[in-house]
Ligand binder design. Structure first.
Ligand SMILES: NC(=O)c1ccc[n+]([C@@H]2O[C@H](COP(=O)([O-])OP(=O)(O)OC[C@H]3O[C@@H](n4cnc5c(N)ncnc54)[C@H](OP(=O)(O)O)[C@@H]3O)[C@@H](O)[C@H]2O)c1
Length: 262
């Protein structure tokens, strides 16, 4: 099938690791040109060199702290300077703090919202006019199933993700007259550095081995395993592609069946 992504300019946040890295790789394999953001410049440069070597992909590694509005603007400006515009924005950089409700200080709420909720909204606000100028484009928000089904000891993530699912739908309505299609992907448990950290925290909190902690965390997953970053990336590529030309305002889980609602 033809994705139509060859030559398109895709911005991917949180591209240095995990799901974002897999998304960047999958978009590069389809011939997209990439603007990659995260804080760790060394990892971005390494990824850019890899994608250039393996796929001949033009890449702009852009070190930026996406909790800061000015750094988001700088990333967008650098992308336009390098590639002349933007076709796809993938909002993915996130690191929400988990923990028992009464132990999470208010600052944890502010910091987590600053990156996951406001980071996504700010990037979309900067890129939306550029997509409109271009006659259309795509925004894909990598959110999380906690936005649909709250998880214990994850109240900040539950709230940020629920807000982002709502923003996705609202932005899809805003974008439709301009050919801007906006969708969300909700990962369930995906094997990344974040997931490994969660397993360690869970094992410490419950006083069980990491293997037992992982088994407990996966108990409600019908497919009985964590997903891979590539399995999330496949859906993101589809949503960013010409194949998804009649899909907007959706939030689709990639979670091995974990969320029980339709
Ligand atoms: N893995 C899962 O099981 C899972 C489940 C549900 C939802 N999700 C969501 O999926 C997305 C990706 O998760 P992941 O598991 O791939 O996470 P990850 O492995 O921890 O990677 C997070 C990415 O975000 C970047 N990042 C973190 N803070 C940043 C900041 N202030 N400014 C710029 N970039 C920043 C990190 O790079 P630097 O550290 O270099 O900045 C990294 O590239 C997140 O939004 C997460 O909430 C993941």
């Amino acid at each position: 099938m033809h994705t139509g992504l060859r030559g398109r300019v895709a911005m991917v946040s949180g591209a240095s690791k995990g799901i974002g890295r897999a998304i960047a790789r999958a978009l590069a394999a389809e011939g997209a040109r990439l603007s990659l953001a995260a804080r760790s410049e060394a990892l971005l440069r390494e990824l850019a060199a890899e994608l250039e070597r393996e796929h001949g992909a033009a890449c702009l590694p852009c070190a930026a702290d996406l909790t800061r509005e000015e750094e988001i603007r700088r990333w967008v400006r650098a992308t336009v300077e390098r590639f002349g515009g933007v076709d796809v924005l993938v909002n993915n950089a996130g690191a929400v703090q988990g923990g028992p409700f009464l132990e999470l200080p208010h600052q944890a709420w502010l910091d987590s919202f600053q990156l996951k909720l406001f980071g996504y909204v700010r990037a979309a606000r900067e890129v939306f006019p550029l997509l409109r100028e271009r006659g259309g484009g795509r925004i894909v928000n990598v959110i999380g199933i906690a936005g649909r089904q709250p998880f214990p000891d994850y109240m900040i993530g539950n709230a940020a993700n629920a807000a982002l699912i709502n923003v996705t739908k609202a932005l899809a309505n805003e974008g439709a007259p301009h050919g801007i299609l906006v969708n969300a992907v909700n990962p369930g448990p995906i094997r990344t550095e974040r997931w490994d950290g969660l397993v360690v925290k869970w094992s410490q909190a419950k006083g069980v081995s990491p293997a037992e902690a992982e088994a407990q965390l996966l108990a409600d997953v019908p497919l009985k395993r964590a997903g891979t970053p590539e399995e999330v990336a496949h859906l993101v590529v589809f949503l960013a592609s010409d194949l998804a030309s009649y899909v907007t305002g959706t939030a689709t889980a990639v979670d091995g069946g974990m969320v029980r609602t339709a």
